[in-house]
Design a protein around this ligand. Structure first.
Ligand SMILES: [Zn+2]
Length: 384
């Protein structure tokens, strides 16, 4: 569907090898901003190294070559792999549904181990995902299961966790010399991890494939928007579920609201009519409102539990860190710095969209750490 007009196609990106009579071979080269069709022009401060209307095979294979989208693709692809790893790691390390690996009910010994592992998890999750030896994940535990790492972690986190265990001890039911425990369900955390993976993967695919054609750009940008909606909506699940575990109607209200908003945003993202440039502010407002509305349940959490549940405060700290990461990322993205200050100098490395991607991955990881704080809190502090 190539157009013959220079305003909608980029013939300059293809040069013929010059051998008359032979099947024409085309070599696909990187081009400059001025040679781009209108639908590919996005940031005038990035001057070169653009792909344009390459065949799908060459477009996909360009994941292994250098152009101005290479780091955009890989930053979120690595982020996706990180979250895939965190999902597997979380599923393997933390007992599910009150059962240990042997399928029998968890004992007090399991509970202590789980407490220590959960604390150590926060420090070791990244190390484990970088494929360090399995012993690295357990390095924080002594042989009798006591926390010995990180050093000097008489930190409030560990203190509060042990304190929580002591408080909870009298609530646990003793069965035949062992103590039963019922870990809180993990599905809200896994829902968040799934949302993060969908967002990071669709973003990476969008950056890789968008240049193939105007139609590919049309499709992948919609999927990218839908992925963002999935991430924002899924981010509310651990917050709403674990915080309001003892307030079922409030819990259901928050979760139903964000599910409705997320579905509305994702659907709107996929509707062609909603993609008109003049509606861009409306789309931006929709996503921003979804994200900013997280302030409501977080403030609600601190009002109810701020003075009594260390887990509520610890998780709120990570949620604030997440908000700061996303906020700085959006400002950098909108301001288009640093390339604005030196146009053409950051075409390959260091432009605003790459920095934005790094802030998104950092913010998503901070939210995962908040999720671990919820597990630490709710595994030992339920509703009685
Ligand atoms: Zn992006």
């Amino acid at each position: 569907m190539a157009s013959s007009t220079t305003s909608t196609s980029c013939e300059a990106c293809k040069c013929v090898d010059g051998n008359m009579g032979k099947e024409e071979k085309r070599k696909y080269e990187l081009i400059g901003y001025d040679e781009l069709p209108e639908w590919l022009k996005d940031n005038e401060f990035i001057h070169g190294y653009y792909r344009c209307e390459w065949p799908m095979k060459e477009t996909i294979l360009s994941i292994f070559s250098i152009h101005n989208e290479t780091l955009n693709v890989w930053s979120h692809l690595v982020g996706f792999l990180l979250f895939l790893c965190l999902t597997i790691f979380t599923a393997m390390v933390i007992p599910m549904d009150g059962s240990n690996k042997s399928g029998s009910i968890a004992t007090w010994g399991d509970l202590v181990d789980m407490a220590n592992v959960t604390v150590a998890l926060r420090h070791d999750a990244l190390a484990a995902c970088l494929l360090l030896p399995p012993s690295a994940a357990a390095a924080g535990l002594s042989e009798d299961g006591q926390q010995i790492w990180p050093p000097n972690t008489s930190s409030s986190s560990l203190f509060h966790h042990r304190h929580a265990i002591q408080i909870q001890d009298h609530r646990l039911q003793d069965i035949g010399g062992t103590t039963a425990v019922d870990p809180v369900t993990r599905w809200p955390l896994f829902a968040y991890l799934a949302g993060a993976m969908v967002c990071l993967l669709t973003s990476s695919a969008c950056h890789l494939l968008l240049c193939h054609s105007e139609h590919a750009a049309y499709l992948t940008l919609r999927l990218d928007y839908a992925g963002i909606a999935a991430l924002i909506a899924a981010s509310f699940y651990p917050l709403s579920y674990y915080t309001f575990l003892c307030h079922p109607s409030t819990q259901r209200l928050y979760m139903a609201s964000i599910t409705f908003l997320g579905a509305a945003a994702a659907t709107a993202s996929l509707l062609p009519a909603f993609q008109a440039p003049r509606l861009r502010p409306l789309r931006a407002a929709l996503f921003s409102a979804m994200g900013a509305s997280g302030v409501v349940p977080i403030a609600h959490k601190l009002v109810i539990y701020g003075a009594t549940a260390p887990g509520a405060v610890a998780s709120a700290r990570f949620e604030a860190l997440m908000g700061a990461c996303y906020g700085v990322g959006v400002v950098v993205y909108a301001a288009r710095v640093p390339e604005r200050w030196a146009p053409g100098r950051f075409d390959l490395v260091g432009h605003s969209h790459q920095l934005f991607h790094l802030f998104v991955v950092a913010g998503a990881y901070a939210h995962y750490l908040a999720g671990l704080e919820y597990l630490k809190w709710r595994d030992f502090d339920k509703c009685y």
